[in-house]
Design a protein around this ligand. Structure first.
Ligand code: BES
Ligand code: ZN
Ligand code: ZN
Length: 485
């Protein structure tokens, strides 16, 4: 989708023009105002929240249709603007190629431009790479979004930045929606290498042989029964070379999670193709950070594996030695995420000594039971870090909810015969998983984001599509920008 700027938007040729108005609407443009007054008198549209009315103007405007959207009485916030644009655009989705959006004059124009682009690009997301039949002739794709700002203005720049981010989010959705037979470990490595080379970044890949030499036996164990060997990919971005603080991002990268020998029930198992959404999030964050040249140093670690049953697979009761030397009893082969993350976390701390480490993972069904699809579970012993991440969540709408990670939970992950066990009979498995990861973090400032809920939606929700959402990229970019720029 192309972004263009035209201050004379009312006379510009578009397929549809979204015009958002307050309650008791009026407009400075006489043609728009005439329509509004007619609708108001008719009782069909009063500008209340969630109201949408489409009119086909006869003359006086460049657009084929005007979509009036109600904003109600309240001040416009990023959230209410996203909602309004969603309501308006959904009316004509698949029917328009060129869309214009007029913006209210009493809210921050850069904020409006940014959330307009975010919302429209998100709503335009389609995942049809495997369709062989052409779409219906009536099904149009959006090719151009026209905003009424000057080309060299702050709102135009905000819109351009937002487009880069929104395109990366859609790319992350693609990665995460691709099925397990397509996005295998080698294919995901290719995607990682292509992002790295696109931004001139160095990518290190530890293949199975290197993992063995280095001693990442948890990651090796999880990937053992797959025909695709596990790997650890590490990409660094130095946006602040004079600053020696590094932020590590670690993403869970299970290209498919069958559960292994503790095989999952069949219902819904196909969703486990998105068990690498943590990688999609951290890789997408890296891509945006690099293209915006954010002044931060990042090291991004991505443990990749496919969790399969097989003659060679991990079994319940098996004991493995982690990279940092601790021993782990594998009680449940389906609790594999915490295993691969533990090795990647310990390895990245040993080799890169990050000041802060954030891991992102579709780690537990338990967090979905707890928070549903509305929030990511945030676990961190560090109040300041938890607070700054929570604020980024509120600003971006990718909300986080902090969960406890008290030492009292640790007795549940103690094994009788090894140092730790990867599953427990305790209720609250999301917390047990976080407590397990904590054992591999040492003194590093750390936060764990369990994105199992918001990363994959059973139904579309507002501007977010059904399936993979790309959650976490906007959050982490906001956090990196506000916290570290
Ligand atoms: N990948 C799953 C977690 C998950 C479940 C993500 C549903 C998204 C949707 C993880 O590897 C897993 O299987 N966890 C188990 C842990 C249990 C066996 C202790 C779970 O949550 O059931
Ligand atoms: Zn699992
Ligand atoms: Zn998993």
């Amino acid at each position: 989708m192309q972004l263009t700027f035209n201050e004379a938007l009312l006379s510009t040729q578009t397929d549809a023009l979204i015009v958002a108005v307050r309650s008791h609407p009026s407009h400075s443009d006489s043609t728009l105002n005439r329509y509004l007054q007619t609708l108001l008198q008719d009782g069909t549209f009063s500008g209340a929240v969630d109201e949408v009315e489409v009119v086909y103007p006869v003359q006086g405007l460049g657009c084929k249709r005007v979509i009036f959207v109600g904003l109600g009485e309240e001040n416009v916030t990023p959230a209410s603007w996203r909602k309004a644009i969603t309501a308006g655009y959904q009316h004509v989705k698949d029917k328009v190629s060129v869309l214009g959006v007029l913006m209210p004059s009493d809210a921050d124009p850069s904020m409006l431009a940014e959330s307009t682009v975010e919302t429209v690009v998100s709503l335009s997301y389609r995942f049809h790479p495997y369709r062989t039949h052409p779409p219906e002739p009536s099904e149009k794709t959006l090719t151009e979004l026209v905003l009424p700002c000057a080309d060299k203005s702050n709102p135009a720049n905000a819109a351009r930045d937002a487009l880069v981010l929104a395109n990366v989010v859609n790319q992350a959705r693609d990665w995460s929606n691709r099925p397990g037979n397509q996005l295998t470990v080698p294919e995901l490595l290719k995607a990682i290498e292509s992002v790295s080379s696109e931004h001139g970044l160095s990518c290190q890949v530890l293949d199975a042989a290197a993992l063995k030499t280095e001693g990442l036996h948890l990651l090796l164990g999880v990937g053992r029964a797959s025909i695709h060997q596990p790997a650890l990919a590490v990409v660094t971005y130095q946006g602040a070379p004079n600053n020696d603080a590094t932020i590590a991002l670690v993403g869970k990268g299970l290209t498919f999670d069958t559960g292994g020998i503790c095989i999952k029930p069949r219902a819904g198992m196909e969703e486990m193709k998105s068990d690498m959404h943590g990688v999609a999030t951290v890789l997408g964050t890296l891509a945006v950070a690099a293209s915006r040249r954010l002044p931060v140093n990042l090291v991004v670690a991505m443990p990749l594996a496919e969790n399969m049953p097989g003659g060679n697979a991990l079994k319940p009761g098996d004991i493995l030695k982690a990279y940092d030397g601790q021993s782990v009893e594998v009680i449940d082969t389906d609790a594999e995420g915490r295993l691969v993350l533990a090795d990647a976390i310990a390895w990245i701390i040993q080799h890169h000594q990050p000041g802060i480490l954030i891991d992102v993972a579709t780690l537990t069904g338990s967090i979905i039971t707890t928070l549903g699809y509305e929030a990511t579970g945030l676990f961190s012993p560090d109040d300041a870090l938890a607070e700054s991440l929570t604020q980024a969540g509120e600003r971006t709408g990718e909300r986080l909810w902090r969960m406890p990670i008290w030492p009292a939970y640790e007795k549940h992950i103690k094994s009788d015969i090894a140092d730790w066990r990867n599953a427990t009979p305790m209720k609250g498995d999301a917390i047990a998983a976080a407590a397990f990861l904590k054992q591999f973090v040492g003194q590093t400032r750390w936060a764990h984001l369990d994105i199992a809920g918001p990363s994959y939606l059973p139904e579309s929700k507002q501007h977010l599509p059904k399936g993979s959402t790309g959650v976490g990229i906007r959050l982490l970019i906001d956090w990196l920008t506000h916290h570290h720029a």
